[in-house]
Design a protein around this ligand. Structure first.
Ligand code: HEC
Ligand code: HEC
Ligand code: HEC
Length: 431
């Protein structure tokens, strides 16, 4: 009792001296179990069933993608994540005691996943999508922890933050968190089916689909509403389209099967994946069980029509440019994508009604034409068809002409792009 009072006293004095909260918690922990809650007993971690479930959940969560450096050991961290504010290294989440999570209790891990705070209470940068993972249930987080603890430890110290002041100071996140972070486990909607709730849980939580498929404000935050309404991914310069299947939505006309196919194989009768979505399919959604894929599709199918996305582009390219674009399309593209942009099911994606062609920025079509398209190799589609890059064959004006044509041909009706836009995205690094 007196010992506990002592800790509180020290804490109060330190608080008066203006030391940060993270430091206080670190000191508090040093006083033994009275200062921090005793770890909740959750049963042994080395149960094979628990580990297998955790492995599945970690795969869907895409943890390995961010927590592995190029050519590095899986989960040992050190990948630098680019943000408009600078680069943030991912942490080592293998069970190494010195540099990983080997000394962590489950409560430490829960706090990181649920509240976005590190083991010493320090605020974590939202490049770690705890803004989505906060929705995870405790039993699922426990399974992921058990899986990570079953990996071989890798000794790899944390890399330095590549952020400039004031972003380099973790307390700068205080206001950000207050404004943009809603902590809380997903609450099932009793008015909806089990499948719908499972889909919502996966999309909003583990799948962290909103981290790309929603607009971000200038503080890098996702406004609370509207969700999954489409967004430009900063730095990477790809547009993740709106995921509503209603009229005007990016998945308009998609059946449940189309969505399942895309997430499982990387292609569907409606379109195929490229850019960052290719990584998502390769590392995570191709491994989703069929019932989970259908649950995700059920949830996406219920999303309301999107608000009209503001487009800064001119409505029309003008007749001469459209004519030039039509001619380029006929010569270079129609053999695969079809005269009317209808594609060939299972081989070449249609360009008519394709959200990646009609999205508000034009970036995806411009970059697809420049870079070509290499759909990912997945278990279900081991030899995908690809598209040659046109960066060498077509100049900026020609790319702008053919992309403007695509965006206005057939049933498509989106703004034209300029040669200057093409010049800009030629410079964007591929990864
Ligand atoms: C989009 C990239 C990304 C994904 C996906 C991601 N993380 Fe992270 N994670 C990070 C970054 C970056 C940090 C470091 C944040 C910081 O230093 O403030 C981090 C930090 C953490 C931490 C805190 C470690 C520490 O030392 O404080 C834990 C725990 C963690 N991640 C677990 C996971 C798990 C489990 C998953 C999958 C369910 C996951 N992460 C998925 C980027 C990611
Ligand atoms: C790292 C960023 C990122 C994450 C995370 C992400 N996506 Fe995507 N997604 C994209 C981008 C960029 C595109 C556009 C390129 C394309 O069509 O492949 C896209 C496209 C799609 C498309 C196809 C649209 C079309 O017209 O072809 C679907 C469906 C989709 N995503 C679903 C999801 C779901 C479901 C999740 C969560 C489980 C998710 N995405 C998570 C970036 C992301
Ligand atoms: C040899 C066949 C072939 C030719 C020629 C070709 N494409 Fe493609 N195109 C593809 C394939 C295959 C994909 C899917 C690649 C992927 O998933 O990454 C694709 C993807 C695309 C996409 C992204 C849409 C989506 O959903 O994946 C656009 C936009 C596009 N092509 C436009 C064009 C234009 C414009 C031309 C002519 C300048 C062209 N293509 C020529 C085969 C071709």
């Amino acid at each position: 009792m007196s010992r506990k009072a002592g800790v509180v006293g020290v804490v109060a004095v330190l608080a008066l001296l203006g030391l940060g909260a993270g430091r206080l918690l670190a000191l508090g922990a040093g006083f033994g179990s009275t200062a921090s809650a005793a770890p909740v007993v959750e049963g042994p971690l080395d149960r094979p069933g628990l580990i297998a479930r955790g492995r599945y959940l970690a795969t869907i969560g895409g943890c390995v993608a961010c927590h592995t450096a190029q050519g590095g050991k899986p989960y040992a961290g050190g990948r630098m994540l680019s943000t408009p504010f600078g680069a943030i290294p991912s942490s080592n989440i293998t069970p190494d005691p010195a540099t990983g999570i080997g000394r962590w209790h489950f409560d430490d891990f829960w706090r990181a996943m649920h509240t976005g705070k590190g083991r010493r209470g320090e605020r974590l940068y939202p490049a770690f999508p705890y803004t989505s993972y906060t929705k995870l249930r405790r039993d699922d987080v426990l399974a992921i922890f058990a899986y990570l603890r079953s990996l071989s430890p890798v000794n790899q110290p944390r890399k330095a933050l590549g952020l400039s002041f004031p972003y380099s100071v973790r307390s700068s996140l205080l206001a950000w968190r207050a404004l943009y972070f809603d902590e809380g486990v997903y609450q099932p909607d009793p008015g909806r089916s089990v499948a719908w709730n499972r889909g919502a849980y996966l999309v909003q939580g583990l799948g962290h689909c909103n981290e790309c498929h929603a607009p971000r404000n200038r503080f890098g935050a996702i406004p609370r509403h509207p969700r999954l309404s489409g967004g430009l991914i900063p730095v990477l310069d790809w547009y993740a389209p709106n995921l509503s299947a209603q009229p005007g939505g990016g998945l308009q006309g998609w059946s449940t099967q189309d969505i399942v196919d895309l997430l499982k194989t990387g292609r569907s009768a409606r379109g195929s994946v490229f850019g960052p979505m290719s990584d998502v399919v390769v590392r995570s959604t191709q491994y989703m069980r069929d019932d989970d894929l259908r649950a995700v599709a059920t949830y996406l199918h219920s999303l309301p029509s999107p608000p009209q996305a503001p487009s800064a582009l001119p409505a029309s390219a003008g007749q001469p440019r459209l004519k030039q674009g039509r001619e380029i399309y006929r010569q270079r593209c129609a053999s695969c994508h079809g005269k009317r942009g209808q594609g060939i099911a299972g081989v070449y994606p249609p360009l008519d009604g394709n959200a990646s062609v009609t999205e508000p920025t034009g970036i995806n079509a411009i970059r697809s034409v420049l870079l070509g398209g290499f759909a990912p190799v997945t278990q279900a589609n081991p030899r995908p068809y690809s598209m040659p890059p046109f960066a060498q064959q077509l100049d900026d004006a020609e790319v702008a002409a053919v992309v403007s044509y695509l965006r206005q041909a057939w049933s498509n009706n989106s703004g034209a792009v300029e040669a200057g836009d093409v010049a800009r995205y030629r410079q964007t690094p591929v990864d």
